[in-house]
Design a protein around this ligand. Structure first.
Ligand code: FES
Length: 336
């Protein structure tokens, strides 16, 4: 049965098909509601039910508690309408014109940049380009309906090839294929662009951009876009990793910082090996940010990385005075 969902204080409404989540239906309708993980673990898609009721097919998701649930909050990436709904969410207007599409892409080239990280460059069919905002991601469509999400690491203006940074996960369905079997010329299918992690260009506040591991990928896309469009706001890039080889493109932010006075770069290692001879910052990357900037009230912060880093940083940054609506993040669960 189809249900109608209307967004309060907006002209927007859309239909949700049986079994479809509110977010999936909104995307299908060309509307961009906030979301990141689409698996119920990050909380980005939380909003209010003003009228009507919802169900969750697999029980209450991890990122909402029973008190929030009974107070009318909902995670729209998991919620299925049980009636017509009126909901309250902050629509992402900037990305609203970009509809995700399903496209084939050919692997143009692969670059080994660490023992367990590859850069993948994809070419779309002739005459096809992917409109996207710097920092968004795509989902590879695998057999059996499985999907694997990866952020775009190139900037939209530099879109002849799509760039992705893939970490090899032991037993990983997609990363195992990339590292063990895939050859240049292989054909992949994906859906995208997805997500609302992208540069807000209407702000003039200084930015902190923090990546954990391959979370550096979308940060790279955002910085390259900012440089291309002439953004002169201060940008302090932090890149957290375990050991020095995990900073697989360390030279790049160093070059940006050397060439652009508005850019600073701080790499942070949590477990540097003795052989690294590391003299830089150590510890967790978000702790280094707060050490450098105990007062975050004047900043916009963009961060991308695994959920433990994101969750720890959200709390630490809020404690340092960062207003929640100035924190933009991409929380990616590493699915095997
Ligand atoms: Fe819904 Fe992450 S919890 S997008």
């Amino acid at each position: 049965m189809t249900h109608r969902v209307r967004i309060a204080d907006s002209d927007h409404a859309f239909d949700v098909e049986e079994g479809e989540s509110v977010i999936d239906a909104a995307l299908r309708a060309g509307l961009m509601l906030p979301y990141s993980c689409r698996s119920g673990t990050c909380g980005t898609c939380m909003g209010d039910i003003v009228e009507g009721s919802i169900t969750y097919p697999d029980g209450l998701p991890a990122a909402i508690d029973s008190e929030q649930d009974s107070n009318g909050k909902a995670l729209f990436c998991q919620a299925r309408p049980a009636s017509d709904l009126v909901i309250r969410v902050n629509e992402v207007h900037d990305a609203g014109d970009i509809r995700p599409r399903r496209l084939p892409a050919r692997v143009e080239r692969m670059e080994e940049c660490a023992a367990d990280v590859r850069r993948l460059f994809l070419k779309l069919p002739r005459d096809k380009r992917l409109p996207f905002l710097a920092g968004q991601y795509i989902d590879f469509l695998l057999r059996g309906g499985q999907r694997r999400s990866f952020s775009l690491a190139n900037a939209p203006h530099d879109d002849e090839l799509l760039e992705l940074h893939i970490r090899h996960l032991p037993g990983g369905v997609f990363s195992g294929y990339v590292f063990n079997e895939m050859r240049e010329g292989a054909l992949l299918r994906f859906e995208g662009p997805l997500g609302n992690f992208f540069l807000r260009e209407d702000s003039d506040r200084p930015m902190i951009l923090m990546g954990g591991g391959t979370g550096f990928g979308p940060i790279k896309g955002i910085v390259e876009h900012a440089l291309y469009t002439g953004v002169e706001r201060p940008m302090h890039i932090y890149w957290g990793a375990r050991a020095w080889p995990d900073l697989y493109l360390d030279h790049l932010p160093r070059e940006w910082a050397a060439q652009h006075p508005q850019i600073s770069y701080t790499p942070v290692l949590s477990e540097p090996a003795e052989s690294d001879g590391w003299k830089g910052a150590t510890g967790f990357v978000h702790q280094q940010v707060v050490k450098d900037y105990p007062e975050l009230g004047d900043f916009d912060i963009y961060m991308s990385g695994p959920p433990p880093m994101i969750n720890a940083a959200r709390t630490a940054f809020a404690d340092a005075g960062l207003p929640p609506d100035r924190l933009y993040y991409d929380s990616f669960e590493a699915a095997p």
